[in-house]
Design a protein around this ligand. Structure first.
Ligand code: BG6
Length: 503
């Protein structure tokens, strides 16, 4: 059993991510008995708080954002292990004092010098903090371990990602760098490999002989909220496609790994990313649709257009929606389009993967009943988690008619089920030293290479940024993208057998 004893040092201790995700995750790990005996948290931030004031703020964050309600007795025990340290991220004196503080805590908590450094800060500080940790001898990995957790975005293109990686690897060995993609911590993403490789039913038909197309969508109802300045420089392509969507795609398309070790799994995922066909100036208009939300209504409430959001330029052309057709150029997938769609301020919040299977030859039933609905396998990722299978059956009764029916497995519908949040699993894995659910450098490299090809293809034009009303399914052109291939987006709901178009 790995030694998980450690101090978790969170840079950006007063930020949104820490409040909404990290502190609640630490609390839930604690109540589930998954934190090590020898453990403490040190939040580093620029504000002037005492430990006590920070603990009160942390309590409030946990009470607001934890999936389980807060138990005062348990909280008060955990809170005693949470500390606050004020420091600027580039201040030498701050690191000297932080180091002395951590060394003292090591003695109290028997953490032996082990550290998780969580960089929950804006990307421009990644390099500064890593450099300071090095300069102050805080990342030695000598008889103890020090790991660094980096939030996305890891760079904004291949060049800057290379630069950042180079800087980080001067301080930390690759095996100690944990690049977070929080989607990988979601229950159903961990389930994709099991569904594929633990069922004789699916794997033999998981290829271009039997699959017509694959649709991966992450639809959001939220807008950019208070992140206008970041989002203006990112857009949906960098924010969602480079990371979460390509990770989903690689899990769906990968070959079976030779075993379940971290590197065997990552080796197969990276091969998928390397097989993505680049998009060029010639193909971009046919394969990518981008849009930006205008004003409209979401959940019955009026919302402003993207260009009216705070810290967004009034004539911005940043895309908040993107739909693309992607090809994985290998033997398994040759000829099968993968359609990806993600957007903000859409009609509903959901993330899912739909696998559409090929039709059988229309010999038996076609003449009398016309084309039948295709078989669909849906992997629900959120908010519903589960698997859904659509197939054709005879409608009961004297008259012979064929209807699509479905089997639906929902793993988080039962009242007793309260799936752990992605960050719980990921923090736990960092402490155990298991990096399977984190992205390796070559995965980042290949995904940026693909995304950069689109950015380059877009260069110098913005006439294709289509405005869509908030609360809809995005620009009509996203429908056309599939229509011209003879397909449609499947809006499968747990109640309804699909067949409708979504847009
Ligand atoms: C983040 C993006 O990585 O993922 C956000 O930066 C997005 O823009 C979020 O809203 C979506 O995550 P989830 O877990 O809410 O689907």
């Amino acid at each position: 059993m790995a030694d998980m004893s450690c101090i978790m040092v969170i840079f950006g201790g007063t930020g949104d991510l820490t409040r909404r995700k990290l502190l609640p995750a630490i609390y839930n790990l604690y109540t589930d008995g998954l934190l090590p005996e020898n453990f403490a948290v040190v939040a580093v931030g620029r504000r002037d708080y005492s430990h006590e004031v920070y603990r009160n703020l942390a309590r409030e964050a946990v009470a607001n954002f934890s999936r389980k309600s807060i138990d005062d007795e348990k909280w008060s025990v955990l809170a005693q292990r949470i500390y606050y340290k004020k420091s600027e991220f580039h201040d030498d004196q701050g690191y000297r004092s932080l180091k002395a503080f951590l060394d003292r805590l090591d003695t109290n908590y028997h953490t032996g010098g082990n550290r998780v450094y969580y960089l929950a800060v804006a990307p421009e500080y990644f390099e500064v903090i890593a450099g300071q940790l090095y300069a102050h001898d805080m990342a030695k990995n000598d008889k103890c371990w020090q790991r660094v957790v980096i939030e996305k975005p890891f760079g904004r293109d291949l060049k800057s990602a290379h630069y950042l990686n180079h800087k980080l690897s001067q301080v930390f060995d690759e095996s100690h760098i944990y690049r977070i993609d929080h989607y990988l911590g979601k229950e159903m993403l961990q389930n994709i490999m099991v569904i594929r490789f633990a069922n004789g039913l699916f794997e033999p038909i998981w290829n271009n002989r039997y699959i017509d197309n694959v649709q991966i969508s992450i639809d959001e109802t939220v807008g950019v909220e208070n992140r206008g300045d970041y989002y203006e420089r990112a857009g949906a392509l960098r924010d969602m496609v480079q990371s979460h969507m390509l990770q989903l795609l690689s899990l769906i398309a990968m070959e079976p790994p030779v075993d379940l070790t971290t590197d065997s799994i990552r080796d197969e995922k990276v091969k998928v990313l390397k097989s993505l066909r680049s998009i060029t100036r010639e193909t971009v208009m046919d394969s990518v649709v981008r849009g930006q939300y205008g004003k409209g209504f979401v959940d019955g409430k009026p919302v402003v257009a993207y260009r009216q959001e705070e810290r967004v330029s009034p004539d911005s052309n940043t895309e908040t929606f993107v739909a693309l057709k992607v090809h994985v150029d290998n033997f398994r997938w040759a000829g099968v389009p993968f359609y990806l769609r993600t957007g903000k301020r859409l009609a509903d919040r959901s993330a899912k993967i739909v696998i559409q299977f090929k039709q059988l030859p229309g010999i038996l039933y076609f003449k009398e009943y016309g084309p039948l609905e295709p078989n669909l396998l849906v992997i629900w990722i959120q908010p519903r988690e589960g698997v859904y299978l659509q197939f054709n059956a005879k409608k009961p009764g004297q008259k012979y008619s064929i209807i699509p029916v479905h089997m639906d497995f929902c793993q988080n519908c039962a009242l007793y089920n309260n799936s752990p949040e992605a960050y719980e699993r990921l923090l736990y894995d960092v402490m155990r030293g298991d990096s399977t659910l984190f992205t390796r450098w070559d995965e980042i490299e290949s995904s940026w290479r693909f995304v950069d090809s689109i950015v380059e293809a877009w260069h110098g034009r913005n006439d294709d940024v289509l405005i869509y009303p908030s609360g809809t399914w995005g620009p009509e052109a996203a429908n056309e993208l599939l229509k011209k291939d003879g397909f449609k987006w499947w809006n499968v709901t747990p109640q309804g057998v699909g067949g409708h178009t979504d847009l």
